[in-house]
Write a protein that binds this ligand. Structure first.
Ligand code: NDP
Length: 284
């Protein structure tokens, strides 16, 4: 049978490119978990994803109630869950006032970390029940959350913190569940995809200069197509089954196991973030 993969935030950018890349192999059915149904439908159509290869299901990660509803709906669909990709994110670089989720958490930590934490904790049961030979839970990271990089050393910001949480939680999942379940837990930095909607809240001059800056100066630029291809590898490549790993790609586009900063690999901190997050999302 086809593999069955949930991708959050598949209505644009990396998530959409990954859905497209997986659909083209003919080996995957993609559940696009999106907050805007119409936008997701248009995106899937314009990316040319064949109808039989995807299903759109509503998920708003900025509401824990919506996360529970999504899990119920998914279970009612009767589909197995073989791979879960936590990809969606918001980035609010110019906001001078915080905004909040339905439950009152700061929006980027609430969406990028807490919503995904609850989703993953609930769906781990479904992953366990799947008979797929290589089950995976992937959390998209960023160098911004990796404090051994230039981008990770910008002053503490909610987006950066949310990405540190993403990477800590991936490793904590690995420690708590890998041996018992055989599930592969992984994170990745797909490269700087300077053209996605992630930078939509930035000032216009930044949006104008950032793609050429990444392309010609830092040379960290990757196209959405290439980034989608990279995340699709982490979903499906038989060679990328190692658990607890943070994947990156070198200039020749070959994958390698990257090193995490001290902060992003602090096991003590990971356990604390896990325990606090359990309380915040109502699991403890
Ligand atoms: P986009 O803004 O294009 O995509 C983000 C997706 O998340 C959108 O589909 C958006 O939905 C969705 N989303 C946002 N809030 C919610 C919510 N409350 N509930 C459900 N979905 C939501 O950005 P990217 O594709 O660039 O980002 C994807 C991932 O890649 C993120 O985890 C980001 O941190 C990571 N990343 C990106 C890099 C880059 O250079 N762009 C570099 C490193 C990591 P909608 O379409 O409705 O707005």
């Amino acid at each position: 049978r086809k593999g069955s993969v949930i991708i959050t935030g598949a209505s644009s950018g990396l998530g959409l490119a990954t859905a497209k890349s997986l659909a083209e192999t003919g080996k995957w059915h993609i559940i696009m978990a999106c907050r805007d149904f119409l936008k997701a439908e248009r995106a899937a159509k314009s990316a040319g994803i064949a109808k039989e290869n995807y299903t759109i299901m509503h998920l708003d990660l900025a509401s824990l109630e919506s996360v529970h509803q999504f899990v119920d709906n998914f279970r009612r669909s009767g589909r197995p869950l073989d791979v879960l990709v936590c990809n969606a994110a918001v980035y609010l670089p110019t906001a001078n006032q915080p905004t909040f989720t339905a439950e009152g958490f700061e929006l980027s930590v609430g969406t990028n970390h807490l919503g995904h934490f609850l989703l993953s904790r609930l769906l781990i049961e479904d992953l366990k029940n799947s008979d797929y030979p290589s089950k995976r839970l992937i959390i998209v990271g960023s160098i911004t959350g990796n404090t051994n990089t230039l981008a990770g050393n910008v002053p503490p910001k909610a987006y950066k913190d949310s990405k540190v949480c993403n990477m800590l939680i991936m490793q904590e999942f690995h420690r708590r569940y890998h041996e018992e379940t055989g599930i592969t837990f992984a994170s990745l930095y797909p490269g700087c995809i300077a053209t996605t909607g992630l930078f939509r809240e930035h000032i216009p001059l930044f949006r104008l200069l950032f793609p050429p800056f990444q392309r010609f100066i830092t040379k960290g630029y990757v196209s959405e197509h290439e980034a989608g291809h990279r995340l699709a590898q982490v979903v499906s490549e038989p060679s990328l089954t190692k658990s607890g790993v943070y994947w990156s790609w070198n200039k020749n586009s070959s994958s390698f196991e990257n090193r995490l900063s001290q902060e992003a690999s602090d096991a003590d901190k990971a356990r604390k973030v896990w325990e606090i997050s359990e309380k915040l999302v109502g699991l403890a």
